[in-house]
Design a protein around this ligand. Structure first.
Ligand SMILES: *Cc1c(COP(=O)(O)O)cnc(C)c1O
Length: 369
């Protein structure tokens, strides 16, 4: 018997189902009609899940999620734009870095890492600087697990006539998102997060008219979404070597997603996982970093124990040896660690992980109170 893989409590790569892994037990050529139909069916489902209707198209892109974020900004945002970025974590900061690399003017609107982006403050920022053309935001700031109010911000962008690009990397599939009439112009996510595929492919759901007006804009060859889109339209193939196995796994993962009941069911399972995690960790004496009102059911940040016997590495190793993989913290000042509650797992696995954390504390002699 092969050793069982550890359960990944990380926000991608994450634990996938056997059916998703088994979908990768074939080889496909890039010209293969069956493979290209697989790509098309995946794209069609992604638009449908986001309620994109005929107005939105899906452009898949090789690489991790950041490749798709950089591709979307580089292709869809004109160089003479001025972009507002609400910033409450590392993934927001990454958007600012991308804008700087592209030489696009950027206005940062900072918030605390525990504070959801305030829609009123965004409205004020747009009112006070009429040169701002775009907002680029993160819906779920994975660095703390924080939920930003996408609907309220999208409504403001729509009423003020600003373009809105959303990094929905760790929220798409888990939280309700409806593109039609939303004020959102493009949404970015990836194969290996809440859709529970394997990592290796990002995708952009873009307003068709906006994408079609983006010819020749991308400063990058490989990250040119327009070229990828046009080439796929013309040939039904990917422009460069496709991540064949990733696409096949995502097709299988989407079949399971739809079979489970789509976003409402996925979101409900994650909410149950998250509640089991927070309840169990509180019982051990851990304190979540975020207020419940700001906490998204995807990944939870906990304050590290103050006990000098604690190191993340020691806790990680002890819990890993029990079959569960934790995630380090990603906050700029506080010592924290994170536990994801997404992937092909339920409250049973979460309770197992909490028990393993409790055992590790005892074994390492770490006390919490
Ligand atoms: C995972 C993630 C990304 C992409 O990160 P990669 O390491 O490139 O996959 C971007 N934004 C958010 C909010 C994420 O959670």
């Amino acid at each position: 018997m092969p050793e069982r893989d550890p359960i990944l409590l990380t926000p991608g790569p994450l634990t996938t189902s056997r059916a998703t892994r088994e979908a990768m037990l074939h080889d496909w050529g890039s010209w293969d009609t069956a493979f290209n139909q697989l790509t098309q069916s995946v794209c069609k489902d992604l638009v449908r899940i986001a309620n994109g209707g005929d107005e939105f198209v899906c452009v898949p892109l090789q690489g991790s999620g950041t490749f798709a974020v950089e591709a979307a900004i580089g292709t869809l945002v004109p160089r003479d734009s001025r972009v507002l970025v609400p910033n409450n974590g590392a993934y927001c900061a990454r958007i600012i870095t991308i804008l700087r690399r592209l030489g696009i003017a950027c206005v940062e609107l900072p918030f605390a890492e525990s504070e959801p982006a305030n829609a009123g403050a965004i409205d004020d920022a747009l009112a006070g600087d009429s040169g701002i053309t775009h907002v680029v935001m993160v819906q779920l700031e994975t660095s703390a697990g924080l939920l930003n109010p996408l609907d309220a911000i999208a409504a403001i962008c729509r009423s003020r006539g600003k373009r809105l690009i959303v990094d929905a990397m760790s929220s798409f599939g888990a939280l309700p998102i409806s593109l039609a009439d939303s004020g959102i112009d493009a949404l970015i996510s990836a194969s290996g997060k809440c859709l529970e595929g394997v990592p290796g492919m990002g995708f952009v759901l873009a307003r068709r008219a906006l994408l079609e007006a983006s010819a020749g804009r991308s400063p990058s060859l490989a990250l040119d979404l327009y070229d990828q889109y046009v080439y796929m339209q013309r040939t039904s193939q990917w422009r460069f070597t496709p991540p064949t196995h990733v696409v096949a796994a995502l097709r299988a993962a989407l079949d399971q997603f739809l079979g489970e009941g789509g976003q409402p069911a996925r979101g409900a399972r994650y909410a149950e996982n998250c509640a089991a995690l927070i309840d169990g960790m509180r019982a051990l004496g851990f304190v979540p970093f975020l207020d419940a009102s700001a906490q998204a059911p995807v990944i939870v940040t906990f304050h590290a124990p103050a006990d000098p016997a604690y190191t993340f590495a020691a806790l990680y190793t002890a819990v890993r040896n029990a079959g569960y993989v934790l995630y380090p913290g990603k906050l700029t000042t506080l010592e924290t660690f994170r536990v994801g509650c997404i992937g092909a797992l339920g409250a049973h696995e979460i309770r197992g992980a909490v028990a393993a954390i409790g055992d590790a504390l005892r074994a390492l002699g770490i006390t919490l109170r």
